[in-house]
Write a protein that binds this ligand. Structure first.
Ligand SMILES: Nc1ncnc2c1ncn2[C@@H]1O[C@H](COP(=O)(O)OP(=O)(O)OP(=O)(O)O)[C@@H](O)[C@H]1O
Length: 298
């Protein structure tokens, strides 16, 4: 039986102490995952990092997610794209234990999320949409709190907190209350909290929204390094160009359904991802529609 909905990623301490650097070392990169189409087997011999089957969620009369199947290969950098209201956040929330599905199963590295929520959540780093944080803590305190909740010892937590503050360009503001952070700073400190315990699977809902270009480039480097070392990242984004450049796999969802999924090259074919997205999703409207919006009287 699934647990009740949870509204903060910091509410579940992961078991066991963990050690090691904040971002897994890059000295032994793992090879890129082999091409996979969602719903099919992942890299031979290993369970997908995330496997969802028949995921459903309704809000009143609105079906937000209508029976989604998705396999995210271990070691992939996976983009989840779709128009506003497509069901991305609802899918990611159900895939990370933040929202109870009406039906369907979620497995993370082969383990059933709802049967073993604590074990599975210890493998997850989550940046949810509309992050709810303990914002009366300073940035430094918040990352420290996240590390300790996940069972890290104090020295490891302090070291990683320092490194993460540097990586997110938040060192100068480490003593500022999170409630006084800008939207981008809040996003970055939340991302630091998601990384501090070195999860096996990072699930990031719109991680670059409101983040400045330099910080975004730094975060992309951190995530790319994390993937090269064997971690798996799922990001939702509306920026097709970014997903095409950054991700190796992508799923396009709309209306609570998966329209296409696979490697980025498989999904986009000969077109750009953006053109493929518009082809599949449709919805372009003529710019001639808002005649009253013209400022010239001509
Ligand atoms: N708590 C809720 N109560 C009622 N309806 C909801 C709720 N959460 C989501 N929905 C509805 O479910 C649908 C999917 O929403 P969701 O937030 O998953 O979309 P999304 O793809 O993340 O959109 P966006 O790109 O705009 O963030 C939308 O129609 C939305 O209005």
């Amino acid at each position: 039986m699934p647990p009740e909905d949870v509204d903060t990623p910091l509410s579940d301490p992961g078991p066991g102490p963990a050690t090691g650097p904040v971002v897994p070392p890059t000295t032994e990169p793992v090879p890129d995952p082999s091409p996979v189409v969602a719903g099919h087997a992942a890299t031979a011999g290993s369970a997908p990092a995330l496997s969802v089957r028949g995921l459903w969620r309704r809000f009143g009369q609105k079906v937000a997610v209508a029976g989604i199947d998705l396999d995210v290969p271990a070691g992939s950098f996976y983009g989840l794209v779709g128009p506003n209201g497509a069901g991305k956040t609802t899918t990611l929330s159900m895939s990370t234990g933040l929202l109870q599905p009406d039906a369907g199963t979620v497995h993370v590295h082969g383990q059933d999320l709802w049967a073993s929520p604590l074990q599975v959540k210890a493998m997850l780093g989550v940046l949810p949409d509309g992050v709810k944080l303990f914002d009366r803590l300073t940035g430094e305190q918040l990352i420290t709190y996240a590390g300790l909740l996940h069972g890290l010892d104090r020295d490891t937590t302090a070291e990683r907190t320092r490194d993460l503050l540097t990586a997110m360009d938040l060192t100068a503001d480490k003593g500022t209350l999170v409630v006084d952070y800008s939207a981008g700073m809040t996003k970055k400190v939340a991302l630091a909290c998601a990384l501090v315990h070195v999860p096996r699977l990072l699930v990031l809902d719109e991680p670059f929204e409101a983040v400045d270009p330099v910080s975004a480039a730094n975060i992309r480097d951190i995530l790319a390094s994390y993937v090269r070392s064997g971690g798996t990242v799922i990001v939702s984004s509306h920026v097709m160009d970014l997903v095409q450049r950054m991700c190796d796999h992508v799923a396009i969802i709309a209306g609570g359904h998966v329209l296409a999924a696979g490697t980025v090259d498989e999904v986009r074919g000969d077109a750009s991802l953006e053109d493929r997205f518009v082809d599949l999703v449709g919805g372009r409207v003529s710019g001639e529609g808002l005649a009253w919006l013209r400022t010239s009287s001509d």
